[in-house]
Design a protein around this ligand. Structure first.
Ligand code: DAT
Ligand code: MG
Length: 178
């Protein structure tokens, strides 16, 4: 590398923040999805099992908190279902205890996350999926996952502030991606 191109390289790198520098190779692999363990999942002791599956898959945890969701937050989160007959019971269920809200990152995290969850109705969920393995009825289906990249972006900003999300490079990155 010539002295001039080396200088240009340093200048380009200098325009990136440290977190950007750490993750600049991962740009196509940083899709984020919003995953929440619902009150039944928390009460039934399934937090560890759910986290284990996302960790084992290779996704990276970039945000997580246990919270009692407010009615206001849940009304916004499920706004598109507000006209459905089950909406009041859905909000009552989701506010019946704490939930674990998480953001997981990785290539195809939204679509693959949905596959890992299984179908909305656990009776239709394949064995090996979270809903297929851990629950029975649609009204107690243990886990939420964003259904598109757009809704993931919207849900993440609804549940998390920017400074609650952590940017870092996983030491497993080079063993997961080509
Ligand atoms: P998903 O959670 O798979 O994205 P959804 O967005 O259609 O499914 O519905 C949100 C939640 O509402 C779902 O996880 C459980 C509840 N729900 C959906 N359909 C229902 C129904 N027919 N009866 C009772 N609850 C239902
Ligand atoms: Mg949904």
């Amino acid at each position: 590398m010539s002295a001039r191109s080396s200088l240009l390289h340093v200048k380009a790198a200098a325009s990136l923040s440290v977190p950007e520098l750490l993750t600049s190779r991962t740009m196509s692999d940083n899709e984020r999805t919003f995953i929440a363990i619902k009150p039944d999942g928390v009460q039934r002791g399934l937090i560890g099992d759910v986290i284990k599956r996302f960790e084992q898959k290779g996704f990276k945890l970039v945000g997580m908190k246990l919270l009692q969701a407010s009615q206001e937050l849940l009304n916004k989160h499920y706004a598109d279902l507000s006209s459905r007959p089950f909406f009041p019971s859905l909000i009552a269920y989701m506010s019946s205890g704490p939930v674990v809200a998480m953001v997981w990152e990785g290539k195809g995290a939204v679509k693959t996350g949905r596959v890992m969850l299984g179908a909305t109705d656990p009776a239709e969920s394949a064995p090996g999926t979270i809903r297929g393995d851990f629950c029975i009825q649609v009204g107690k289906n243990v886990i939420h996952g964003s259904d598109s990249v757009e809704s993931a972006t919207q849900e993440i900003s609804l549940w998390f502030t920017e400074d609650e999300l952590v940017t870092y490079k996983s030491c497993a990155f080079d063993w997961l991606y080509n």
